[in-house]
Write a protein that binds this ligand. Structure first.
Ligand SMILES: [Fe+2]
Length: 330
């Protein structure tokens, strides 16, 4: 165990509603890890204030703790209740927005959600990532470029969606292999194209504690129809995003707050020439979309600038170390 640092710890006796917070913060401040100290200080301060402001009852606090236990109990390799919880609280979107700010005219991020897996097959351009004959065929013709319109070659793109019943493959207990998901790589022109099915709206899993919470709040569990995308390439900011189908009934009430105007798209009926060129049946849907990536450096600079502005507004004596705020003790 690490030796305690020289933070003077008062005798922790006779703590009260008013003095328990500074004393808890002090005893948590011995690690010498400034970031950890800062995170714990803010967590304890906010959670103690929450208790004081709400005059929370013992029963309510126990219900909250039991709720967290239930979130753990229902979670598994393919069920991530805590991601869902973070999603429905708006926290996932918030954390992504803080960490991956986007300059204007670049592709905005959206929520990862709980259904990304690491076993998607790598497919060639033009391949069909869906094996669902009930779905309406959709051809996606996409590019990956930088903010100046230069193609980004060799980006790894993870793509995933539900089947036509609104379920991801991992939600089927008889899942033998990944379906409705794939990995592609952008070519020298920054292009990639694939076949899939027209996404449908679906409810997030709501048979567990998070679903019960939504019900209590009189909230629906639906997400508007979307396709998930994740872009990875060394030197470029990791982009997790999604494209949302225009006109979906849940477009403005997404249960997990993922929709952004710039991510709403409108598939069209394919014309004969394009259908022939890409070898898809006439009557298919087609979606053309250009994704714009930012470099890691651009994102880091923007994140730092926004962090400085936010810290200044809070009037706290902080500085950035490794791009993260810590108390300025120097
Ligand atoms: Fe999704």
């Amino acid at each position: 165990m690490a030796a305690p640092t020289k933070v003077p710890i008062p005798a922790l006796l006779d703590l009260t509603i008013d003095n328990i917070t500074p004393n808890t913060v002090k005893i948590n401040s011995q690690s010498g890890d400034r970031r950890m100290t800062y995170l714990m200080e803010r967590l304890v301060t906010h959670i103690h204030d929450f208790a004081r402001e709400t005059r929370i009852s013992t029963e309510e606090w126990m219900a909250a703790l039991n709720f967290l236990v239930q979130c753990g109990q229902i979670s598994s390799d393919v069920r991530h209740e805590f991601i869902l919880l973070s999603d429905v609280l708006g926290l996932s979107l918030l954390v992504d927005s803080i960490n991956h700010p986007k300059p204007p005219n670049t592709t905005e991020g959206s929520v990862l959600g709980p259904f990304h897996t690491h076993d998607a097959p790598t497919l060639e351009h033009g391949a069909d990532m869906s094996s669902d004959p009930q779905g309406e065929p959709l051809l996606c013709i996409c590019t990956v470029k930088d903010a100046n319109g230069k193609p980004v070659e060799g980006a790894k793109i993870d793509i995933w969606e539900t089947d036509s019943s609104g379920h991801y493959d991992v939600q089927h207990s008889d899942r033998n292999e990944p379906t409705e998901r794939c990995i592609m790589t952008s070519d020298a022109n920054g292009d990639f194209w694939f076949k899939c099915i027209l996404p449908v709206s679906y409810p997030i899993p709501h048979d567990g504690p998070v679903g019960k919470l939504l019900e209590k709040l009189n909230r629906h569990p639906w997400r508007p129809a979307h396709l998930h995308f994740m872009f990875e390439k060394k030197g470029w900011d990791h982009l997790i995003t999604a494209l949302y189908m225009r006109g979906d009934p849940y477009e403005t009430s997404d249960a997990v707050f993922g929709v952004k105007k710039s991510l709403i798209v409108e598939p069209q009926k394919i014309d004969g020439a394009t259908a022939k060129e890409y070898g898809v049946p006439e009557g298919s849907w087609v979606l053309k979309h250009d994704f714009v990536l930012t470099t890691e450096k651009e994102t880091a600079d923007l994140r730092d600038r926004l962090a400085h502005e936010a810290l200044e507004k809070q009037g706290l004596d902080l500085k950035l170390v490794d791009h993260l705020p810590v108390p300025d003790l120097d």
